[in-house]
Ligand binder design. Structure first.
Ligand SMILES: [Zn+2]
Ligand SMILES: [Zn+2]
Length: 371
C-alpha cells in the first residue's frame, strides 16, 4: 500500500511530503493508521543535523497514537481496531533490562536511529525504489506505519487519540523525570529550566509529587504564564549566572532540592547545577547535539557539594508501566493533556509546525490526520 509521509532527505531542508510504498506487516508486526503525532524537538534536532541518524531517506516522527488495522500472524495481545500508543524505544522482552521491567533501557534502544525495523529489514520504499528508514522504528510522520509489536502499547478507547499521542514521549519524559528519576517528595523544591514539551511535564510531575516550590525558568515569558497553569509557583526569565542567582535568592541561598535541565544542556547544566542544594539532584531530560562532546562541571565542586547529576530518557521508567498510569491520572483529572496542545497541523504544514516550535509559540504542536 501507499502512505503519505514526511521524509527526511537533506539536513537543513524541509521534510519532503511524498507517497512511500509501505509493505504489509511481518509476523511480529502491526499496521497502524496514525491519528496524531506530536512535533517533538528531537525530530527537529535530526532535521538540523544535530542528532545524527544512520541513513536517509527516513520518515521521522516518534510521538504518536493511532488505530491498529492489521496484525502479523505471531502478534499477541493486539487486535485490529485497538487504539495504541507507539513507544520510541522498543521492548524486546528478552534483554537483561526488559526482563527486569526496565524497558526504557532495552538493549535495542541504541538502534532507534539506524532506520530499519526491529528485525533489521525495511518496510518502506520511495518512488525510486530506495529503502526508506523509520526513525525510532516508528516513522510516524505518515498516514500509516508498520511497527514491531515491541513498539506498541494498547490503550483504552475513551482517551482521545490527539491527547494520547503526547503520552508517547513528552508527558512520560517530563512527569517520569520528576517521579521516577529525581523522586521528588512532598515539600521539596524544584527548578525546571526550559518549559517546553518535556519541561512543562516536569512542572506538572513535580506538582503531582507534592513539591511546594516549583520554579519555572524560560527565556520566553509566555511559557512562564503557561507554567503557572501546570503548577509552577515562581517564574524567572533569566539564564546563565543570573539564573543561579535568582534561584538562590528564592531559596534563602540554599538552592533547590531538584533541578531539571530540559533545554540546551551545554548552556544550562552548570547554572542549574549551581542552583541546586548540597546533596541535591540534577536531572538532564534534554538532548545535546552530537557535535558537543563535553560540558564543564568543576570536579571539586561536584565532590564537595555531593550532588547527583543524572540522565533520564522516557522518564526513567518503562513506558509500558507509565502509559496506563498516566492515562488513569488524566481520567481522574490529575494530569493535564488538552492544555499541552497549542495548535494542530495537517501533515502538509509540518514545516510551519516546526517554525512555530522554533519561535517559541508552541507548547506542543500536533499533526492530526482528518478522516
Ligand atoms: Zn520526543
Ligand atoms: Zn529489551
Amino acid at each position: 500500500m501507499e502512505s503519505l509521509a514526511a521524509v527526511f532527505r537533506e539536513v537543513g531542508k524541509p521534510l519532503s511530503i511524498e507517497r512511500v510504498t509501505l509493505n504489509p506487516p511481518e509476523p511480529s508486526e502491526v499496521l497502524v493508521r496514525i491519528a496524531a503525532v506530536g512535533l517533538c524537538r528531537t525530530d527537529y534536532h535530526v532535521m538540523r543535523g544535530e542528532r545524527r541518524v544512520a541513513m536517509r531517506p527516513m520518515v521521522l516522527g516518534h510521538e504518536a497514537a493511532g488505530v491498529v488495522e492489521h496484525i502479523g500472524a505471531a502478534v499477541k495481545g493486539i487486535t485490529p481496531g485497538d487504539h495504541v500508543i507507539l513507544t520510541f524505544i522498543p521492548a524486546c522482552g528478552i534483554c537483561r533490562w526488559c526482563r527486569q521491567g526496565l524497558h526504557h533501557l532495552c538493549a535495542e534502544g541504541p538502534r532507534i536511529t539506524q532506520g530499519p525495523q526491529l528485525d533489521g529489514t525495511f518496510r518502506r520504499r520511495d518512488r525510486a525504489g530506495a529503502d526508506v528508514g523509520a526513525f525510532c522504528m516508528i516513522g510516524a510522520f505518515a498516514e500509516r506505519t508498520v511497527v514491531d509489536q515491541a513498539s506498541v502499547v494498547v490503550i483504552d478507547q475513551d482517551i482521545p487519540l490527539d491527547l494520547a499521542s503526547l503520552v508517547a514521549c513528552g508527558v512520560p519524559a517530563g512527569v517520569g523525570a520528576a517521579r521516577h528519576r529525581a523522586r521528588v517528595k512532598p515539600g521539596d523544591s524544584v527548578l525546571v529550566v526550559g518549559c517546553g514539551g518535556d519541561g512543562m511535564n516536569v512542572v506538572q510531575g513535580a506538582q503531582l509529587c507534592g513539591a511546594t516550590m516549583i520554579v519555572a525558568a524560560d527565556i520566553v515569558p509566555a511559557k512562564l504564564d503557561w507554567a503557572r497553569g501546570f503548577g509552577a509557583t515562581h517564574g524567572i526569565s533569566v539564564q546563565g549566572e543570573a539564573l543561579t542567582r535568582a534561584v538562590l535568592e528564592l531559596t534563602d541561598g540554599v538552592g533547590v532540592n531538584h533541578a531539571f535541565v530540559c533545554i540546551n544542556p551545554p548552556a544550562t547544566l552548570l547554572p542549574a547545577f549551581r542552583a541546586t542544594t548540597k546533596g541535591g539532584n540534577v536531572v538532564v531530560t534534554a538532548l545535546t547535539p552530537d557535535t558537543v562532546t563535553a560540558i564543564k562541571i568543576p570536579p571539586l565542586e561536584l565532590f564537595v557539594t555531593q550532588k547527583a547529576i543524572m540522565g533520564a530518557v522516557y522518564g526513567f521508567a518503562s513506558p509500558r508501566l507509565q502509559i496506563p498510569e498516566l492515562l488513569a491520572l488524566y481520567r481522574k483529572g490529575d494530569l493535564k493533556l488538552r492544555e499541552l496542545i497549542t495548535r494542530t497541523y495537517p501533515l502538509d504544514d509540518i514545516e510551519q509546525g516546526y517554525a512555530d516550535l522554533e519561535a517559541g509559540k508552541n507548547l506542543r504542536g500536533v499533526v492530526v490526520f482528518d478522516r
